[in-house]
Design a protein around this ligand. Sequence first.
Ligand SMILES: C[S@@+](CC[C@H](N)C(=O)[O-])C[C@H]1O[C@@H](n2cnc3c(N)ncnc32)[C@H](O)[C@@H]1O
Length: 288
Amino acid sequence: MFCSDDAGRYWLSRTGGRAAPELFPELLGAYRDLATLATGARSLISLGPGDGSADVELLRVLSGPDRPLEYVGMDINRVLLEHVLARTRTVARSTGIRMDFEGNGGTEWIRAAPGPRLVSLLGNTLGNLDVDEYDFVAKVTGALDRGDCFLVSLACGRFSEQDIADRMNGLSGLRTLLANGLLSSGVVATLDEGEKEVQDAARVEAGTSDIPGCSALKVVHVPSGRRLLNVRRYDPASFSAWMASTFGLLLVDARCVPVPDTTIAVGAWLFRRCGTRCFDGSGWRRRR
Ligand SMILES: C[S@@+](CC[C@H](N)C(=O)[O-])C[C@H]1O[C@@H](n2cnc3c(N)ncnc32)[C@H](O)[C@@H]1O
């Protein structure tokens, strides 16, 4: 869905190239508070920076006169990546990697960055991925060394019947982005055709999640059977417990920020790898 240049331009047009609508001041404040606890980080590795608003804030907190920072932004979208690099270059030594990180979690780039590292996965990106949460988080956190931190933010709450109806009606708001998914996967030949297909043939159905307490929906293109979008909302306490018990991470601190005019909140968590063991996708092994 996020692959094409059109999708990137659409995203930036929604955010106006400034703070994304969901990045209201309280949320940026929460990210800043949590970033100050990632003391001594020498690099920020961002999985899916979007328009980069959050990352610029994080870099400002982490950088100091005697602390040169490395920034690595990984995104599937070329337009977004170029936009982000233009913004972050003024604050840090920046590298952009255009890739689909769902396969391996971007782990080679996480490992290549200087430690201690702060790895970020913000704006409910985990809740929108095609892959299951467990596989993805296992790979990302398996690449962390002792002292590295992981900052993640998710939409929190549950879908109600009304939400589902609103989402159906609200598909119009997302139509261009969803239509790009159909276009980039070859299901339709033009964006116009894709927009019409989304309007006529996209349906909201129950989705899936690995994480207890999660409420999940998916948007499906009925004729092709293609899943266009996952939308998941999480229960904050269950998510913290799942992260700590499944991956052995220490919860450093968390924030929960209500989203104005909605029934959801954004939860943000900072975890630290403290132990000497790591999870490599198939089991626990001792770090050297
Ligand atoms: C929901 S947006 C979040 C943006 C930003 N982190 C924020 O908090 O506003 C998801 C971002 O992840 C990128 N993305 C989504 N799936 C991806 C994938 N499989 N590989 C690489 N980037 C992906 C999108 O292009 C977009 O920049």
